[in-house]
Design a protein around this ligand. Structure first.
Ligand SMILES: *Cc1c(COP(=O)(O)O)cnc(C)c1O
Length: 409
């Protein structure tokens, strides 16, 4: 194993022989794109015209007054096409696929958000698209499956194992190995074998580049701290990259604390005590696994944070002490969500609300001439079923029951 694709002791590319050629091809296409200023221009033009970039950095005046500490700014990745930062990665990979001359993309998805983003990109670029999804997730995420199919994707329900995300990952890999000459596997976050972590992080760096310019324009100096939720780590790495070279800016990643770090029902890999180093899914990182290397069940109210691994780049930045990690519980997330909606008229995704929790804990300790940035990775509209249920909204319950009756005829 060469040291290429390692970040400290993390990362690498543990892949079967049959994939070597396609990984080399991907690596070359990525390096060529990085070396070509024209590629980044083409990418930002695509993101401007199709995804509404640059996304704003909103000053949260009411929240800032409420906490009476730092000035709170929110980076609005929720305003991207399809409602989250996922568009940044998926559209970037679409451009690379076109350059490599491939005509088919596949992806796996749990909650369905990455599937929707990939299906959108495939429709725009004219690629064939197959999305693998655990059968249980297909049932739970019908609205997303509906949109993927309407955009022309084939959604394959995976019936192996627990019929969820990890089974869908295995099936997508099987497809890729079989159709490697024609097909690109669109990985959804900064995980997996090299060059995916670095490549996904590179596309997502558009968030941090914009945020840095925007905070300097509106606040006149760099922020004291930047907060982002951490599932696989792509939105966090995206915004952090704007500030990595400035040690005085604190970078804070917030994981899913679920029912609490001692409950066994969470997805805290970098700040809890249940994760350990391992190699799985083609790369080395901190995994939530038992002593035999069996992956543990994870839990979060936010489907996008509910994952056993984490970006090897973040594992490394933790070793270096450059990024600090915290966890937010499901209950804290609901409270932060309610406050944000009420005071700013903004609905963060359940995932993003984790970052808000930690920012709200720290903002009161800072001075009014200091600023913080919260990366709002996505919008909460998709979470209406979960949020309305958690808040035990009585009219929502009636609405769901009435809809059910209507369909039952
Ligand atoms: C998918 C998703 C995440 C988690 O992914 P990262 O790679 O950790 O960014 C976070 N927020 C939203 C809104 C998502 O859809």
């Amino acid at each position: 194993m060469s040291k290429v694709g390692f970040f400290g002791r993390w990362g690498g590319a543990y892949i079967p022989e049959v994939l070597h050629t396609t990984f080399n091809e991907l690596q070359s296409a990525f390096r060529a794109a990085q070396a070509d200023p024209g590629f980044w221009q083409e990418y930002t033009a695509l993101m401007a015209g199709y995804s509404g970039r640059p996304t704003p950095l909103s000053f949260a005046e009411n929240l800032s007054r409420h906490f009476a500490g730092a000035q709170i700014y929110i980076k609005r990745e929720d305003l991207n096409h399809t409602g989250a930062h996922k568009a940044n990665n998926v559209l970037g990979q679409g451009l690379l696929v076109r350059k490599m001359g491939k005509k088919r993309v596949i992806a796996e998805t749990g909650a369905g958000q990455h599937g929707v983003a990939t299906a959108t990109m495939a429709a725009k670029f004219g690629f064939d698209c197959t999305i693998y999804m655990g059968e249980v997730d297909v049932q739970r995420q019908r609205p997303n499956v509906f949109w993927m199919e309407k955009m022309g994707a084939t959604v394959v329900p995976v019936r192996d194992g627990s019929r969820t995300l990890k089974d869908a990952i295995n099936e997508a890999f099987r497809d890729w190995v079989t159709n490697v000459d024609t097909t690109h596997y669109v990985l959804g976050t900064a995980c997996g074998p090299a060059p995916f972590p670095e490549m996904v992080a590179w596309f997502q760096s558009i968030i941090g580049r914009e945020a840095r310019e925007q905070i300097l324009a509106s606040h006149g100096r760099l922020p004291a701290a930047v907060y982002a939720c951490v599932g696989g780590g792509s939105n966090a790495l995206g915004v952090f990259q704007g500030f990595l070279d400035q040690p005085e800016v604190q970078l804070v990643g917030v994981e899913a604390g679920g029912m609490g770090l001692d409950s066994g029902r969470h997805a805290a890999r970098l700040c809890g005590h249940d994760a350990s180093a391992g190699v799985a899914q083609g790369y080395k990182t901190m995994f939530l696994q038992n002593d035999d290397g069996q992956m543990l069940e994870t839990h979060s109210v936010a489907a996008g944070l509910d994952y056993v691994g984490v970006s090897p780049i973040l594992s490394h930045l933790r070793d270096e002490g450059r990024v600090r990690f915290a966890a937010a519980t499901d209950a804290e997330v609901m409270a932060a969500l309610e406050l944000t909606m009420r005071l700013e008229g903004i609905i963060p995704a359940l995932e993003s609300a984790h970052a808000f929790v930690q920012a709200y804990k720290e903002a009161p300790q800072l001075a009014p001439d200091q600023a913080i940035i919260i990366n709002q990775s996505g919008r909460g509209d998709k979470d209406i079923f979960t949020i309305a249920h958690a808040l035990q909204d009585p009219s929502w319950r009636e609405f769901i029951i009435a809809r059910g009756r209507e369909y039952a005829g």
